[in-house]
Design a protein. Structure first.
Length: 395
């Protein structure tokens, strides 16, 4: 009981001392209050923005699965196995989309214009998975028509350069192209505004047509699937096992890297920046408290000396100064936390974000403010405790 009584008496003395010098108290608390406010606001905004970053990174996560094969038979991938992959819930479309040749000379049938462009072998599923659209002419369904063996689809930019288009009665355009001496009727014009932009300057053939006319086995034979963002890795693993259960095709997962790790790194960096900012400002506040208390001790030499003459022990005088520091830190911590959370809430409201705040954050930052104040008050408390009554009265 005596200990409790002494503590409350000491706290009351410290509070009264601070109230007698309000501007001194405000100057002492301002640094800690600024540090606590900065730390709490930065951490809350970082946690809130993490959710927003997650939404933004959904756009950066891979939404395409790419599986490359080394040994594919002439008739291509098994349709039944492709249907198994297409049946997965995250998969919207899947099919072959192979770079058969990186550069083949292509001309129109009635002129000498020559362009060296890629030749792509694809089926309807592959075109859909790559985001390639037929903007003019026959649909991609014709790629699976075995009766149409001399047709090709031409990229939009290549069609403009060569001046070709599907036969539709227009007298100013040619409806045929020639690749490696083989003539193909232009069945349609395609475009791709996504990650397969090279389609705009390519010729697209079906696998049977490419095997029988262009020849070869293809430079980069692959299956492409369009999937829900974030599920590419799981779908790719399933596709490799399903498309090549015996291992004869030598499949390799070439799916673009997902942004999940980068997302975690960015989120962690934001939190560290917030904590570092709050810690730095808190350090400034600690130094401000130490400096203010040192000045206070210097200006209170007579008061402290009188207390000593009245029987106060050095320990009690040091605890008085340290208690003043702790009370200032507690008040600064509470006010700083309130200011910081209010600023964070206003920032989130302006940006239309839902505020996210860890439940323990107020306790942590207030405790940090008190701790910083106590550390800053150690040296002034020791200085006050070491003042002799005689020296104090002479001052």
């Amino acid at each position: 009981m005596m200990w409790r009584w002494s503590f409350w008496v000491l706290a009351a003395d410290a509070a009264a001392s601070l109230l007698r010098r309000p501007w001194h108290a405000v100057g002492m608390m301002s640094g800690i209050m600024l540090g606590v406010a900065s730390a709490s606001a930065a951490i809350v905004i970082a946690d809130t923005q993490q959710g927003q970053i997650d939404l933004r990174f959904d756009l950066q996560r891979s939404d395409h699965v790419v599986v490359q094969a080394e040994n594919v038979p002439r008739d291509g991938f098994s349709a039944d196995q492709l249907r198994l992959v297409a049946g997965l819930e995250p998969v919207s479309s899947v099919g072959e989309f192979s770079n058969w040749s990186d550069g083949e000379p292509v001309t129109r049938s009635i002129a000498s214009t020559i362009a060296t462009v890629p030749v792509i072998v694809a089926d309807r599923g592959g075109l859909e998975a790559s985001g390639t659209e037929v903007i003019h002419g026959a649909s991609a369904d014709a790629l699976g028509d075995p009766g149409r063996t001399a047709i090709a689809w031409v990229g939009r930019e290549l069609a403009d350069d060569l001046g070709v288009a599907p036969a539709d009665g227009q007298a100013l355009t040619d409806s045929q192209i020639v690749v490696r001496g083989h003539a193909y009727s232009v069945a349609g014009i395609v475009a791709n505004d996504g990650g397969f932009g090279y389609v705009e300057n390519s010729v697209i053939l079906s696998r049977p047509v490419a095997v029988s006319t262009v020849g070869g086995t293809g430079q980069n034979v692959r299956v492409v699937a369009h999937v829900r963002p974030g599920s590419a890795a799981a779908v790719a693993g399933y596709a490799v096992r399903t498309l090549d259960p015996s291992g004869d095709l030598t499949l390799m997962d070439k799916t673009p890297a997902d942004g999940e790790k980068l997302l975690k790194d960015v989120g962690g960096d934001l939190r560290r920046v917030g904590a570092a900012l709050g810690g730095f400002v808190g350090l400034v506040g600690m130094i401000a408290i130490a400096n203010t208390l040192m000045m206070s001790v210097h200006h209170r030499l007579r008061e402290l000396g009188l207390r000593s003459a009245m029987g106060w022990s050095r320990r009690r005088i040091g605890l008085l100064v340290l208690t003043e520091s702790g009370i200032a830190g507690l008040v600064a911590g509470v006010l700083g936390t309130a200011v910081g959370l209010a600023c964070a809430a206003a920032w989130c409201w302006l940006h239309g974000w839902t505020l996210i705040m860890p439940a323990v954050l107020p306790c942590v930052v207030i405790g940090g403010g008190v701790a910083a104040s106590l550390v800053g008050g150690l040296l002034p408390a020791w200085r006050a405790a070491s003042i002799s009554p005689l020296t104090a009265m002479r001052s």
